[in-house]
Design a protein around this ligand. Structure first.
Ligand code: GLN
Length: 228
C-alpha cells in the first residue's frame, strides 16, 4: 500500500489532498493513504512520498524548526525510496541556495542543488497564470485526456519563485516559462533531482492532475526499487 504525506502547516495543503485523490483515480491505484504531516511522529518510514505545499516559506520553515521537524524531515528525504515534491514555497524550502541567502538567512531544508529566487516574478499582485512548456514527458495514464497539448501545462504562479541556476548535473529542468516578451528568455519553473521534484507553480490549483500522477508514479517506482 502506498502512503503519501502532505505537510499540513500552512498554505495549499487541502488542494493537494483533492488533487492526489483525482490522480489516484486516473491511475487506478486502489490503495493510497494520505497522511497529514503536522508532528515529528508523523514522519516515518511508513510514508513513501511527501508533498511540501506552497504558502510562505519563512512561516513553514520557522514552524518546522520550532517543532523539531526540520532534522527528521531532512533525514526522511535522504532515505532510500522516499520521494519528495515541493510546490512554490516547497521549492524554496528544498533549494540549497536562494538569492536571499547572500543577504540574510534563508529558511531551507537545503536538499536540491538549485539556486532559487524567492519572489522572482515580483510581489503578490504580480501573480499570474501562463502556459509552461514541458521539457520532459510526465508520467500520465495512457488514456489521459485532460490537457490541451502534451507539452503545455497551465501554470498558476502566486508570488512564485524560479530556478535561476541549476548547480548539479543531477538536476533536470522539467518545465520552462517563456518570458521573451518581457525581455527575458526561458525561465526554469520545474526541476527533478533523483527522488525530488520541485515546481514553482501550483498544480494543485488546476484540474490538470498530470504533476500529481507524475509524482505518484515516481513514488511507486521508488518504493518498488527500494524493495528489491
Ligand atoms: N514566494 C513565497 C515565499 O517566499 C512563496 C509563495 C507561494 O508558495 N505561493 O514563501
Amino acid at each position: 500500500k502506498l502512503a503519501i504525506g502532505i505537510l499540513e502547516i500552512q498554505g495549499a495543503f487541502n488542494e493537494h489532498h483533492v488533487a492526489l485523490r483525482k490522480a489516484q483515480k486516473c491511475l487506478n491505484i486502489p490503495d493510497l493513504e494520505i497522511i497529514g504531516v503536522r508532528h515529528p511522529d508523523h514522519i516515518s518510514d511508513n510514508m513513501d512520498g511527501l508533498i511540501i505545499p506552497g504558502g510562505e516559506s519563512t512561516t513553514i520553515s520557522l514552524f518546522l524548526k520550532r517543532n523539531k521537524m526540520d532534522e527528521p524531515l531532512r533525514k526522511w528525504i535522504n532515505s532510500k525510496g522516499h520521494v519528495t515534491w515541493g510546490t512554490c514555497a516547497g521549492m524554496i524550502l528544498l533549494s540549497k541556495q536562494t538569492e536571499n541567502q547572500k543577504i540574510g538567512g534563508q529558511p531551507s531544508l537545503a536538499e536540491m542543488d538549485i539556486d532559487v529566487s524567492r519572489n522572482f516574478f515580483g510581489r503578490q499582485i504580480n501573480s499570474f497564470e501562463a502556459p509552461v512548456k514541458l521539457k520532459q514527458t510526465l508520467f500520465v495514464p495512457a488514456d489521459f485526456k485532460n490537457c490541451d497539448t502534451d507539452d503545455i501545462y497551465h501554470g498558476v504562479f502566486i508570488r512564485a519563485p524560479a530556478v535561476v541556476e541549476i548547480c548539479s548535473p543531477e538536476v533536470t529542468a522539467l518545465a520552462t516559462l517563456d518570458r521573451s516578451g518581457s525581455g527575458q528568455t526561458e525561465v526554469i519553473v520545474a526541476v527533478q533531482q533523483g527522488n525530488m521534484l520541485a515546481t514553482a507553480f501550483h498544480p494543485e490549483l488546476t484540474d490538470d492532475v498530470r504533476w500529481h500522477t507524475h509524482f505518484i508514479e515516481m513514488t511507486c517506482m521508488a518504493k518498488r526499487n527500494s524493495n528489491v
